[in-house]
Design a protein around this ligand. Sequence first.
Ligand SMILES: *Cc1c(COP(=O)(O)O)cnc(C)c1O
Length: 380
Amino acid sequence: MYDSLVSVIDELYGTSRPVSLHEPQLGLRERSYVNQALDSGFISSVGQMVDWFEKEFAKIVGAKHAISTANGTAALHVALLLAGVGKGDEVISQSLTFVATCNAITYCGAVPTFVDISPDTLGISASGLRDFLQSCCDIDADGHCRNRLTGRRVSACVPMHTFGISSDIIEIVKLCDEYNIPVVEDAAEAVGSYHADKHLGTFGLVSAFSFNGNKIVTAGGGGAVVTNDAALARRAKHLTTTARIADGFEFTHNEVGFNYRMTNLNAAVGIAQLEQLDEFVQRKRRVHDVYAAWGRSNGFQIIDEPKGTKSNYWLNVLVANSKQERDEILEFTNENGVHCRPVWTPMHQLAIHGAHEGFDLPMTEYYFDRVVNLPSSPVG
Ligand SMILES: *Cc1c(COP(=O)(O)O)cnc(C)c1O
């Protein structure tokens, strides 16, 4: 039966090996823009390409402001600071995510607390979030949400749109609003994904995107902070540019900022890629259709976009029927030169991010044992 999966992958990606999980599609357009950047003499964090990239990306997501960063983790770090996350705070997120989500929370001096995922989205379960808020949280005299079990301020909620599939973001934002908790979307995997007709990353107060080499569009390395709030956008730019204030010929720095800007060379690659986003999404959706058809006729669940949403299908997800079956699929495909991969180890199982609390996350553990990511490069 796993033979037929490898045959399907042969049809999609050809028979040369290895078939990687996700490969960047780079061509003449990228080369031409990089040459333009080189010719301009601006190769670092100032230049026309960076401005162009930010404008273009804001337009694509339909947000007022996009501030480019060196990578998605830096974007998340800044987004959390903009939301007011500080030392000793608690930030609600999901355990089934890439480690960067929790690393960024930790950079702020805060700790993550985990709500279980929904099987439909592999993102934060709205009912799990409601249970957590109702059973553990109060609003204190200052109007801040507090976890009464830990005594910590709950200063943000970070839903992650897993593999480009929309989380139940409308309900999550609604619940967080009731408890005065700002929502910071980790939309790192969600460029080109929508809930209703609204691009993911535009539902919360602020969001973070990634343009790493393995994402749907890449800048080599890069990220973006996205918001509709002009004051937050100015602060994002300030924090990512070493908190620099120009005073005639001199610069001063009014706080400890970061060197988190995207370079002009990276932005050149990023623009070339953004221009092909629609094409990449279309191709990836065709790849998804092929896997979905294979899954239906072979007794496997392939996770589909929830109704009313549109996924970029960054990485396709096969749900094995048991951990043993998952291991067999991983072994068989990898022995055949096909880079299928298990999902990330859940954060609550990592000593660095889960040690401070006992978490009961049955769905997270269920999917950790069964998810297989299938090769998902956007082939033509
Ligand atoms: C890729 C990714 C990030 C971080 O992006 P980098 O550009 O690699 O720093 C953050 N969160 C999630 C969920 C990601 O997939």
